[in-house]
Design a protein around this ligand. Structure first.
Ligand code: LIP
Length: 288
């Protein structure tokens, strides 16, 4: 049960949810085939963004173009927000939120932990989709490198390759395996490292796997007990947040806020509340 579900959560026609998740999976699989089967032996960096290690590859760009073409050919009045090509407003009320390769550095290094993230959200259409104001209706996270495909619809549960998912409930914070990630700017990473140093003695162990979308899916299937990260973009967060929520996780920010760029915390409610308390005491949402 989602603790941060808005009291006015919309009632959505089941037929629309089925249409959206089916289209999301079809598009994610097509983009996954492109980036995996077409991966060159030596992936070239096409450019950088927030820092010299925040890279974008030609495949990021090609995969997002494929996703947009597929989705808008099927639903031409929808909006789209993508990591590489930005926001295209729509008129239908549905906006697709896309990360063509989540875990770009893993993809660059030939590591399998990367995924295509596709989510359909509703919310105000006068501005780009905002985690503070959206409702995620349908999601697909597809990891072509190892074949994992996760899906969810609002109220319809979370699934991996046809198997229903549920989060774990460890007896204490000390027994929790915690996933996290770090920003691309060194001054941000320094502040995040201080928060991490305070957390390590309080939990079972830490995992940093390089893809927020797959971290949230791994939590949904019990491979992590908790996850937190400061600095997630909407496209990192949208798909995995629904899959985690539908598996029984609480997904939120700190200090009563919703999940978003300031902080995202996910996990079974009692343990998530304990992690939130630790992060609030550490002012983890105040780090650069
Ligand atoms: C990645 C996120 C991850 C974060 C990485 C990076 P990208 O997204 O999914 O959680 O820790 O630094 O931002 O850049 O691979 O799409």
């Amino acid at each position: 049960m989602r603790e941060d579900a808005p009291v006015d959560e919309p009632v959505v026609e089941p037929a629309l949810l089925v249409e959206l998740v089916t289209l999301a999976e079809e598009a994610a699989r097509a983009a996954g085939a492109l980036i995996c089967d077409g991966r060159p032996t030596q992936v070239e960096v096409a450019g950088t963004k927030s820092s010299p290690v925040d890279v974008v590859t030609a495949m990021d760009l090609a995969a997002e173009t494929l996703l947009r073409d597929r989705l808008l050919r099927a639903r031409p009045h929808d909006g789209v927000l993508g990591e590489e090509q930005g926001w295209l407003p729509g008129t239908s009320g549905v906006t697709w939120v896309l990360d063509p390769i989540d875990g770009t550095v893993n993809y660059l290094y030939g590591l399998a932990n990367y995924a295509v993230l596709v989510a359909a959200v509703i919310g105000p259409i006068d501005a780009a989709p905002d985690p503070a104001r959206w409702t995620v209706l349908a999601a697909c996270v597809h990891a072509p490198g190892d074949g994992r495909t996760y899906t969810a619809t609002l109220g319809g549960g979370a699934w991996r390759d046809g198997r229903r998912l549920a989060v774990t409930v460890p007896p204490s914070l000390e027994q929790c395996l915690v996933g996290t990630g770090f920003g691309y700017r060194s001054e941000v990473r320094e502040a995040q490292g201080r928060v991490l140093a305070g957390l390590v003695p309080k939990v079972r162990d830490i995992r940093r796997m390089g893809s927020a979308g797959l971290d949230l899916c791994t939590l949904a299937e019990g491979g992590l007990d908790l996850y937190y990260e400061r600095g997630l973009n909407p496209w990192d967060l949208a798909a995995g947040s629904l899959i985690a929520q539908e598996a029984g996780a609480r997904v939120s920010g700190l200090r009563g806020n919703r999940a978003g760029v300031t902080m995202t915390v996910a996990g079974t409610p009692p343990r998530a509340a304990e992690l939130i308390e630790v992060l609030e005491r550490a002012d983890a949402d105040m780090a650069l």
